[in-house]
Design a protein around this ligand. Structure first.
Ligand SMILES: Cc1cc2nc3c(=O)[nH]c(=O)nc-3n(C[C@H](O)[C@H](O)[C@H](O)COP(=O)(O)OP(=O)(O)OC[C@H]3O[C@@H](n4cnc5c(N)ncnc54)[C@H](O)[C@@H]3O)c2cc1C
Length: 498
């Protein structure tokens, strides 16, 4: 077939494949989705208030109870637990706390061994928690392969492998073209780098719902459809209801009679300490807001593959996959043999606008579907059952940042960019350390003590992000060569990613 005719056929295959796609996140479209718990009406008192019912908030609440079962913990969620990024991501649960090894090496070379070790322990702890609480989230420690689809990417993967090995990091395996295609077969694959233990695949929404149940089982009081509207210091005795000796311990000292209050639509929560796990949404601590921007990321889910379709691509070891361009795709297979295919476009809305409208982008779905069939031509005829998007909290260093406000009574963690499924548990630990005023192996880290550079106000943010995105796409088209703008950004330690 002539190239023009092939292109037309591919476009038609891609368009047809989208005709039945439901515009909802596949993971949330599940009969097991729990109903929302009642909203808060009236006043509540507690030792620790957690704001946000995604992984950040849920892990913080659960860990607080595990550290001290006597602590009185309340969690408020503005909508439903797990509806946002935590219920609509790719389900790649990585040990990396630094948005990947290369980013960690570039930013914190001196503490990379420590960060990698803490990350591995964090992933082990997630696996143990899932088992301990019987969380049915299809947790599979399959690892992830970074795939090269261009010769320069193969060179980059080899260089990364050699650098990691020279630094004493084991567990990576370099795959040549045949070895790669024996794992997952695509004519576009030239090789890969397999991190066998450092990543698990899971059902994201079921992890959030399972953590919610685990929190409830340990006595956390959860209010859904309860948005925190305002945070303020109050000079009154907190913890009047249900705060005993454990509560006093949990408070970790602090000014007697002083505490925090969060106003919600139908009531208030008075708390000795507050942990903010509000991700991309406007922080209740205003000065934290410029550190993140929302970046919309999109994904498609196919219908289940038939046995013949499955044998045409292999994928017996069920690893997560990601290609290695700046504009990358991530893809994985579910236990019932659907393929999730996401990424590539990373859309920044002017002014950092958040809106349900932006959760869908047919233009991106068309692009993603076309790329899917370029990658897997043997699956022509397969259809997508779901198409959706969601906002990622991108910060300029891609790895989470942490801090406190109100003399240590409030802690926050945000900026996980596109790799927060695993790292949010570590973020919960850090917030609890900070609220307790404790020096721990976590709080001593340079990564935890430092902050990323904030984003400038509009229209500078729009122009800078636009130029960066244009330059990244150009680098992908020019064998990875970075232009003067990207090299300057690299020197300043600034970037844009999803
Ligand atoms: C499409 C997509 C794909 C992704 N894929 C991956 C992946 O494969 N692997 C990976 O590691 N990461 C991935 N991520 C990122 C990952 O999902 C996030 O880093 C992680 O879920 C962040 O968890 P969170 O709890 O901080 O945020 P969220 O899940 O966004 O939760 C924050 C919660 O806080 C609530 N909230 C906000 N403000 C208030 C308030 N004032 N009062 C009450 N509640 C409030 C919100 O309603 C929300 O439920 C992806 C993200 C997206 C969008």
């Amino acid at each position: 077939m002539a190239p023009g005719a092939m292109r037309t056929a591919l476009t038609r295959t891609a368009l047809t494949s989208l005709s039945d796609a439901q515009p909802v996140p596949y993971w949330l479209d599940d009969p097991g989705r729990p109903g929302a718990l009642p909203a808060l009406t009236g006043d509540e008192h507690c030792d620790l208030l957690v704001v946000g019912g995604g992984y950040s908030g849920l892990w913080t609440a659960l860990l607080a109870k595990e550290r001290d079962p006597g602590r009185d913990v309340v969690l408020i969620e503005g909508h439903e637990v797990g509806w946002a990024a935590s219920g609509r991501n790719g389900g790649f649960c990585s040990a990396s706390l630094t948005h990947g090894f290369a980013n960690g090496l570039a930013r914190w070379p001196g503490e990379l061994h420590r960060l990698e070790e803490l990350g591995e322990r964090n992933l082990d702890a997630i696996e143990a928690t899932v088992a301990r609480h019987g969380i049915d989230c299809a947790f599979e420690r399959t690892g992830e392969i970074d795939v090269a689809t261009e010769p320069y990417q193969l060179d980059d993967l080899r260089a990364l492998y050699e650098e990691a090995t020279a630094l004493g990091f084991t567990g990576l395996e370099l795959l040549d073209r045949d070895a790669m295609r024996a794992e997952v077969d695509s004519p576009t694959f030239l090789g890969g780098l397999w991190d066998r233990r450092g990543v698990a695949m899971l059902h994201p929404a079921k992890l959030a719902w399972g953590l919610k149940q685990a929190c409830l089982d340990l006595g956390v009081r959860i209010y859904e459809n309860t948005r925190g509207l305002e945070l303020a210091r109050v000079r009154r005795r907190t913890g009047a209801a249900g705060a005993g000796a454990g509560a006093a311990r949990a408070a970790g000292g602090g000014a007697a009679g002083a505490g925090m209050a969060v106003r919600t639509p139908y009531g208030r929560v008075f708390a000795r300490r507050v942990a903010l796990g509000t991700n991309v949404f406007p922080s209740l601590v205003r000065r934290v807001r410029p550190y993140t921007v929302p970046v919309y990321d999109y994904a498609l889910m196919t219908e289940p593959l038939t046995d013949e379709q499955l044998s045409a691509i292999g994928w017996k070891n069920r690893q997560g996959l990601g290609d290695s361009a700046n504009q990358f795709h991530y893809f994985r297979i579910t236990p019932d043999h659907r393929i999730l295919w996401g990424g590539y476009d990373a859309v920044y809305p002017y002014g950092g606008r958040l809106s349900a409208e932006l959760d869908h982008r047919p233009e991106t779905y068309r692009k993603l579907a076309t790329h899917f069939f370029e990658c897997f031509p043997q699956l022509a005829g397969l259809r997508f059952s779901h198409a959706w998007g969601g906002a990622i909290d991108t910060c300029s260093r891609f790895a989470a940042f942490f801090g406190t406000a109100y003399d240590g009574q409030v802690a926050y963690a945000a900026g996980y960019t596109g790799l927060g499924v695993g790292a949010t548990r570590f973020g919960g630990e850090v917030m609890l350390d900070l609220l307790a005023g404790e020096r721990t192996e976590r709080t001593e880290l340079e990564m935890v003590r430092s902050k990323p550079l904030p984003f400038p106000p509009e229209p500078v943010a729009w122009a800078g992000i636009g130029l960066t995105k244009w330059s990244l796409a150009r680098a992908d088209a020019r064998g990875g060569r970075r232009n003067a703008w990207l090299r300057t950004m690299d020197r300043l330690g600034l970037g844009f990613d999803s």
